[in-house]
Design a protein around this ligand. Structure first.
Ligand code: H2B
Length: 102
């Protein structure tokens, strides 16, 4: 797995394609907050992601408070971001479409 940093053009391309994720540092992480109508919907969203994460063997760091889920993505093996985080972010964005009220 290759660590991507802000000096890589691919890093900035990937970031542009995930406009709802913010970049946190130490280590670099992609962060996004999600809101739902209630706890069960939030937990169902997490369950869908959990099954997918297990399949692709790349797992989110996350927390849940009632109807809110905060997800932080990084690649532990490289101590920052890799292509795999951007791939998982995309999958999560797509799953969210099935759960949000927007
Ligand atoms: N998930 C994430 N987010 N980062 C990793 O580096 C990672 C993972 N590594 N899931 C996988 C599992 C690793 O522990 C196994 C051994 O491949």
């Amino acid at each position: 797995m290759i660590k991507l940093t802000q000096s890589d053009s691919s890093f900035n391309e990937y970031l542009k394609r995930r406009p709802l994720w913010t970049l946190a540092s130490d280590p670099d992480q992609l962060v996004r907050e999600f809101a739902f109508k209630d706890f069960v919907t939030a937990f169902s969203f997490m369950t869908s992601i959990a099954l997918l994460a297990e399949q692709i063997n790349h797992h989110p760091d996350w927390s849940n408070v009632y109807n809110k889920v905060t997800i932080k993505l990084s690649t532990h093996d490289v101590g920052g971001l890799s292509e795999r985080d951007f791939e998982l972010a995309k999958l999560i964005d797509n799953i969210y479409l099935n759960f949000s009220n927007d």
